[in-house]
Structures are given as C-alpha cells and as structure tokens.
Design a protein around this ligand. Structure first.
Ligand code: ADP
Length: 475
C-alpha cells in the first residue's frame, strides 16, 4: 500500500511540477517581453523628440560667430523647446549661457554633464533610462560656426506619464499572471489527481489479481490510453482465469484418475488380507488384478509426464523425419493387438513422405491414433493409415470403420481425460490422454489435427504437419 501510495503521490507531484514549470516560463515571458518591447518603443520616441528639440535650439543659435548670454537669450526668446523639462546652452568651455530652469538656474556656472562634454567634443548624443517610475532622457549637440565648436546645446526630459502607463500595464500583467497561476495550479492538481485516481484503480485491479482474485477486472471509463491498458489487462486476466480453470480441472481430473486404480489396489489388498484361508488360485487372480491396476497407474503417470513435458515447451530440435520407417515400426508393434481383435491394418505411404518433427514424436502420433483405431473397432474391421506429401505439408490420415464417435463428442475428444465411453476406454486400458498428447505434439510442430466421421461408419483422424525445414533465423 505504502509503495503504491508513494507511487501515486510522486506521479501527482511530477505532473503538477511540470505544469508549474511551464507556467513559470510563460509568466516570466509574459511579464518581461512586453515590458522590454514597450520600453524600446518609448526610447525610440524619446530619441526623435529630444534630438528634434536640441536641433531646434541649435538652429536658432546657428549663424552666431560667438555665443554670449545676451545673443543666445535673444536668439532663443522666440523659440519654444517642445516637450523638454530643461534646455541649456553653454559656450565652448561648458559655461552656461542659457538655462530654462527657474529654481536652481545654472546661468554663469560651469556644467559637466557627460552628454555636454561629448557634444563639446563634436558629437551628437542621446541617452534615455527608466528609473524610479520615470523616463530620464537627455540629448546634447555641438553648436558649430564654420565647422568650429563654439558651444553646446543640452536638453533634458523627465517623463512620468509614459512611465505610469507602462507601470499600469505591468500591474495589469501581474494581476493576470496571479490569476492564471492560481487557475493553472488548481487545474493541474485536479487533472493530476484524476489521472492518478484512474491509475490507482488499475493498480488495485492488478494487485487483486496478483493476490489470486482472478474475477477482479479494471473498470475505467473514457477512451484514453489508460482505458486501453485496462482493456488489455482484462483480456489478459480472462486468459489467466481460463488457464487457471483448466489447470485446476486438470489437477482434479488427474487426481481422480489416479485415485481409481489406487482404490482398486487398496480393495484387492484388503480382500487378500481379510480373507482367511484364501485359495491360491483366487489369491493369484487378485494379485494379477493388482498388477493390472499398477500397469494402469504407470500408464497414466507416463502420459501425464509426457503432457507436462509438452506444456513446459522444452522440445528436442526437429528434423525432417521420413514417415515410412516409423510407420512400419508402429504397425509391427500393433499387429499382435490388431490380430487378436480381428482388425486388419492397411498402410499407404509414399516413400519420400517426411515431416518436420522428431522420430519419437512421430511414433507417438502414429501409435496413439492407430492404437485407438484398433481399440475402438469391431471384429473384422480395418484401420487404414495413409501418409502423403504435399508442397509444404504432409497429410497423415488414420481411418477406421469401428464404433465411431458421436457428432457431439467430436469437438471434445482432444481434451484431457475426455472419453466418449468411459467404461470401454478403461476396459481397453485407455487413460483419456492419448489424443491430447497427439494434439499437443502436432500443434507444437506447427501442424493441425481434426477428426471427422466416416459416412460408412467409423472415424477419420487427419493430421497435417509441415514438411519443409525452417532455415536458421526464420521465425
Ligand atoms: P483413451 O486413452 O481413452 O483412448 P484418447 O485420448 O486416446 O483416450 O481418446 C479419447 C476418447 O476418444 C476415447 O476414450 C474414445 O472414446 C474416443 N476415441 C478415440 N479414438 C477413437 C476412434 N478411432 N474411434 C472411436 N472412438 C475413439
């Protein structure tokens, strides 16, 4: 629980943190970029106005060969320096000849503003800064007479109007930023919680199944990736439940199958022990029965082991196995049984017919099918085993004219422990596993098996198996 909770919190934190990081970047950009652009626009406007004002003053004093307080005042009396807070005209040494400021008028004093110093050296300059809620802008130009610097013009502007506009804009941006931040944070918490809750229900379902509740399913609404994962998880659990059901059924069937001969052995031994003075013929008969039950037990365990090996997926490397010699051996082994039952065995096998398998597996397939065809036959019946090669697959057919399999049972005969007639199968020494072993072996080698009724009576088993070896590296 702790780790899951920890996982959920950390995911929620991660999602919220990434939202907030993106938000911060947006807020910083939103609060700086417009400010920089607006400042730049104001600076450009100031440049035009101040240099224009300085030029106007300069033009008014142009033509004077020397600058004095009198001739400058006279020249500038009709000029109005537009949009400036202060205008100064100095001689070439920086002594103020004209100053528009009333309080603290600098006329007659020397001023050494940087702008003026540069103007007296012959350059036209302009500065503008924004500080303490105002734009401070200044410009200076040299006053020339026959290309000689005879003085300087200096204008200065203190502007709070533009600055307050800019500050209002900044204030508004800040309020919007705060609003957006609060909204985005609330939404990010909401979204991430929703997301982690969905993830949480998926985790709960996974944990439930892990603890053995195979009927647990993840129920998520919506159409996103989580719903898809939940759907796939549910399908996986469906299959797991099916496999688990089959496994339980198999264990229960296997125990039941093993119990029957064990119970018989127990009964027979009890009878021998409890019957005093049992004659040796009866005792011998009982012991013989015990032997038969023991045989049956060993047949069942052998078949179970075979199936377990097939289930485990560990398989010998296949090769191209010719069918004819294996079939010959099977027929040789089964001939005495067939003769005893009065059943004839017929074989048709192309000499070149081969399948991709192992000799042991092919023997098992042919033996089980042929033995069944003899076991579930009638006196005078026949078993026809045919093998023919196709382009990519070989077809092996085992047909009999025996008792046949009812249509309803046909789809089930390959299931483990399934028998059409339990008593007959037991009497014939069957375990109910023969066809499962055949079917599992065939499908493991990429083949297929089916059973069909023969119209004239009996059953036909048709096995298709690949007859082309896969080359190295092929899937
Ligand atoms: P068993 O050991 O009982 O023979 P199998 O798995 O080989 O088990 O076969 C399953 C059941 O299918 C048998 O019990 C039998 O009822 C039926 N069966 C199999 N082959 C034939 C056949 N050739 N003809 C009639 N019934 C068959």
């Amino acid at each position: 629980m702790a780790t899951i909770l920890k996982g959920r919190i950390s995911l929620q934190v991660k999602i919220s943190a990434s939202y907030i990081a993106i938000l911060l970047i947006v807020i910083v950009l939103m609060n700086t970029y417009p400010l920089l652009v607006s400042q730049d626009l104001v600076f450009r406007a100031k440049r035009t106005t101040l240099l224009g004002s300085a030029s106007a003053l300069n033009a008014a004093v142009a033509g004077l060969d020397e600058l004095t307080e009198e001739n400058v005042s006279q020249a500038l009396s009709a000029v109005k320096a537009e949009g400036v807070s202060r205008a100064i005209v100095t001689d070439t040494y920086g002594r103020v000849l004209y100053d528009t400021r009333e309080a603290g008028n600098a006329t007659g004093r020397y001023v050494f503003y940087n702008e003026l110093v540069e103007a007296l050296r012959g350059s036209s300059v302009m500065y503008s800064v924004y500080k303490e809620g105002a734009f401070h802008s200044s410009a200076a130009q040299p006053v020339l007479y026959r290309n000689q610097v005879i003085g300087g013009v200096y204008v200065y502007e203190y502007d709070t109007q533009q600055a307050s506009l800019l500050e209002t804009m900044l204030g508004n941006l800040f309020s919007i930023s705060v609003g957006v931040t609060v909204l985005v944070m609330a939404l990010s918490i909401l979204f991430s919680r929703q997301l982690t809750q969905r993830l949480g229900s998926l985790q709960d379902a996974i944990r439930g199944v892990r603890e053995g509740a195979y009927n647990r399913r993840a129920i998520l609404s919506g159409h996103d990736e989580f719903t898809q994962i939940a759907g796939e998880f549910n399908e996986l659990v469906d299959r797991l439940q099916e496999t688990e059901g089959a496994r339980r059924q198999f264990v229960s069937d296997a125990s039941h199958e093993l119990k029957t001969p064990l119970a018989a052995i127990r009964l027979l031994t009890d009878s021998i022990l409890q019957t005093e003075d049992m004659d040796s013929a009866t005792a011998r008969e009982f012991v013989c029965d015990i032997g038969q039950e023991a045989d049956r037990l060993s047949r069942i365990t052998e078949d179970l082991l075979r199936l377990t090996r097939l289930d485990s997926g560990v398989a010998e490397a296949p090769s191209l196995v010719p069918v004819a010699p294996v079939l010959e051996r099977v027929v040789r082994m089964l001939r005495p049984v067939a003769d005893e039952k009065g059943v004839e065995i017929l074989t048709v096998c192309g000499s070149g017919t081969a399948v991709v398998s192992t000799p042991g597996e092919l023997h098992q397939i042919l033996y089980n099918l042929s033995e069944n065809a003899i076991k579930y036959n009638r006196r005078g019946g026949f078993v026809r085993i045919q093998a023919e090669a196709g382009a990519e697959a070989a077809v092996i057919t085992v047909e009999d004219n025996g008792i046949g399999i009812p249509e309803g049972d046909l789809p089930h005969v390959f299931k483990r422990f399934y028998r059409v007639d339990k008593a007959r199968s037991r009497a014939a020494g069957g375990t109910g596993l023969g066809l499962s072993i055949v079917s599992d072996t065939v499908s493991r080698r990429g083949g297929a098996i089916r059973a069909e009724p023969v119209p004239t009576g009996g059953t036909r088993f048709i096995v298709t198996m690949p007859c082309l070896e896969r080359r190295e590296g092929e899937a």
